[in-house]
Design a protein. Structure first.
Length: 85
């Protein structure tokens, strides 16, 4: 299972790098791709955070919220890289 996640991570990184750096792909398509890749990760962190909140684990809830905020920051930086050119 760990090998599968490693392979999926490498493939996702290669596709992500191609989308960000390819001049042939229009900016709006790159922006949609970035959002489509980042939003499920943010939603996962929020879902985990609400699950931890329901169970009463406040530190885990805060950590999941922090990860969601950091991931949304990563998304904004990537969108800025796309549209700044």
């Amino acid at each position: 299972m760990e090998i599968l996640f490693e392979i999926l991570g490498e493939v996702a990184e290669a596709v992500f790098d191609w989308i960000i750096s390819s001049p042939k792909v229009p900016r709006i398509v790159r922006a949609i791709a970035v959002s489509a890749l980042c939003m499920p990760i943010i939603a996962l962190f929020l879902w985990l955070g609400f699950g931890c909140l329901r169970d009463g684990r406040l530190l885990a809830t805060a950590f999941c919220g922090l990860l969601a905020v950091l991931m949304s920051g990563v998304e904004m930086v990537l969108l800025a890289r796309i549209f700044h050119r």
